[in-house]
Design a protein around this ligand. Structure first.
Ligand SMILES: [Zn+2]
Length: 290
């Protein structure tokens, strides 16, 4: 080898060696192996992303951080909720927003409960589109209660954020049960002042499907916030018992109007309100386009 090149090669090797020593020194003598031992919580992200690929889901594998709840913002970053990363059930689809607030793919026990009740066997919408939501709320006695809703997966994050804010502000709701508890009878659920979301049904007795059919609409305290329709000069109010709350200029509790917190929150989240409709009024109803 040419002596001139040998000298330059030696110089190059010297620089590489110097850089390697400096790099190790700057990293606090920490090797990648040391880093892995010190940061075991960062390992499951790989497991989670491989699960996301296998299910085609990009959101449901994520655990929402409870610590973010005070801001009302959903943090969909992957966090490790267990001591060891290997305890994570990769098939668990639960997304937790805060303690008592979570959603997940419809569990088998709920599938059997709703099939042929709110979810007909020939329903054109897949169950994969829906999410089972668990929320906390404050009832009319001021007591904390646990409620359940089924909604479209497109609005599951909205439901978490809105219901957390309502709960946090002591907004009173009388009941939050699946409409299946009322045999999927909307009138019975409304008469019981039950707040609900998914129910595969046409609007009234017509053929057009309600947004509730895809879990994209929700009714809040429906007895106090009735539907008012005008047919052939007659006024039709639903549910039965809601007549005394049809005058929206009157003062009574649980009334949804533009000063109401639920109205403000649903509006902020891009929902439209049935109280703003022209041809009829549906003061309990909020819906969102996918
Ligand atoms: Zn409705």
């Amino acid at each position: 080898m040419n002596r001139k090149y040998a000298k330059e090669l030696l110089l190059l090797l010297g620089i590489i060696l110097f850089c390697a020593i400096m790099a190790r020194h700057l990293a606090g003598h920490e090797t990648l192996e040391d880093y892995a031992k010190l940061h075991p919580s960062e390992i499951p992200a790989e497991n989670a992303s491989s699960y996301a690929t296998s299910t085609g889901s990009t959101v449901d594998n994520a655990q929402m951080s409870a610590s973010s709840s005070s801001t009302g913002q959903v943090n969909s970053s992957v966090t490790n909720s267990t001591e060891t990363p290997f305890d994570i059930d990769v098939y668990d689809t639960r997304v937790t927003y805060s303690e008592g607030f979570y959603y997940e793919e419809i569990p088998d026990s709920i599938v059997s409960k709703i099939t042929d009740v709110s979810y007909p066997k020939d329903c054109p919408f897949s169950l994969d589109e829906l999410r089972y939501c668990s929320v906390l709320y404050v009832d009319f006695d001021g007591e904390e209660q646990s409620g359940e809703l089924i909604c479209n997966k497109a609005i599951a994050d909205d439901i978490m954020e809105i219901f957390y804010e309502l709960y946090d502000n002591d907004y009173q709701i009388e009941s939050i049960k699946l409409v299946d508890e009322f045999d999927a009878d909307d009138e019975a659920s409304m008469e019981a002042n039950n707040t609900s979301c998914f129910n595969y049904r046409p609007i009234g007795n017509g053929k057009k499907l309600s947004k509730h059919s895809q879990g994209l609409a929700i009714d809040i305290n429906p007895l106090y916030n009735p539907q008012i329709k005008y047919k052939n000069g007659a006024t039709v109010i639903a549910p039965s018992g809601g007549e005394k709350y049809a005058d929206r200029n009157a003062d009574f509790p649980y009334k949804i109007d533009k000063d109401d917190l639920a109205y403000k929150l649903f509006k902020e989240h891009g929902f439209s309100w049935g109280g703003n409709w022209n041809s009829s009024k549906d003061y309990q109803h909020f819906e969102k386009k996918k």
